[in-house]
Design a protein around this ligand. Structure first.
Ligand code: R5P
Length: 285
């Protein structure tokens, strides 16, 4: 018997997944002590059950919560634990860029593996991150769902990646929509500043979708939108799997002249227009 356990970062998605799979959603008690320390309790007996925990590892307090939910599931007798981290936070620190740096993606993977039998995520920043886990892993992509949304709601002529790293996603999205794709040339200066090279693209009077795995500060997308508008694009829609929308990211995108902002429910926000529940359900089945 499989049961779904929702972490507080992924309640909506867990509910959706439980409905899709027709599996029970197990309530958990989550409290904070006056000194902010976390208290987690699972009252239901999970003896012999397969527990599927869903918790995005962003921001940091949700990571500690995930570890305690895993431990509580074990204490409650779960036979196996599957951890679904819809958005795998820290995925971008996947190697030492400078000597002495923590490889955060690796550390987090090792810690998640301690109390879990399987790990599942959606559109990891790089697939190689999955090798850091010491347990079997699976992943799925939100690209088909994003492409379906774009097909239904926007008349897209061209799909662009903001950099070469997102080119495969742009290509897959374009193939599903049945339009062209290309990429822009991004250079990251630091955590909040990027440069988009004015590459000459055939965007005049076209409806463009820019696709990336993550929108964080919105800097990458805002710069890309401005460049495309300068080159005569009619409408620019931005889409991502993981919408972190840090600080004034949404304002930046709107001020740059964005027509629509699309994200999935790996991180719940008012821009979660696409659900990854069907893809996760397929993996779990
Ligand atoms: C980086 O490699 C990622 O794919 C995204 O392009 C990046 O995280 C976006 O960050 P921001 O929204 O802060 O420009």
């Amino acid at each position: 018997m499989t049961v779904i356990i929702p972490g507080s970062a992924s309640k909506n998605l867990a509910t959706q997944l439980a409905k899709t799979l027709k599996k029970p959603l197990i309530p958990i008690e989550i409290k904070r002590f006056p000194d902010t320390e976390l208290y987690i309790r699972i009252t239901e007996d999970l003896t012999g059950k397969h527990a599927v925990i869903i918790q995005t590892t962003h921001p940091d307090p949700h990571i500690m919560e995930l570890f305690f939910i895993q431990a509580a599931a074990k204490e409650a007798g779960a036979k196996t634990i599957t951890t679904i981290t819809p958005y795998y936070g820290y995925g971008r620190q996947d190697h030492s860029f400078k000597t002495g740096e923590a490889i955060s993606a690796k550390t987090l993977a090792e810690l998640i593996s301690v109390h879990s039998n399987t790990f599942i995520t959606v559109d990891p920043h790089k697939k190689a991150i999955l090798n850091f886990f010491t347990i079997p892993t699976q992943h799925c992509t939100a690209i088909p769902e994003i492409a379906t949304y774009l097909c239904t709601n926007r008349d897209i002529d061209l799909v662009l990646a903001p950099d070469k790293g997102a080119l495969i996603s742009a290509q897959e999205t374009a193939e599903l929509i049945g339009c062209d794709h290309d990429f822009m040339e991004k250079t990251r200066i630091n955590g909040t500043t990027v440069e988009i090279k004015p590459k000459n693209l055939d965007v005049n009077n076209k409806n463009i979708a820019i696709i990336d795995d993550i929108i964080s500060t919105g800097g990458t997308m805002a710069k890309s939108i401005k460049e495309l508008k300068k080159q005569g694009a009619k409408q620019v829609t931005v889409a991502c799997t993981h919408g972190l929308f840090v600080g004034d990211a949404i304002k930046k995108l709107q001020n740059a002249g964005c027509t629509d902002i699309i994200a999935t429910d790996t991180i719940q926000s008012s821009y979660s227009k696409v659900s990854v529940a069907p893809s996760l359900a397929k993996l779990l089945k």
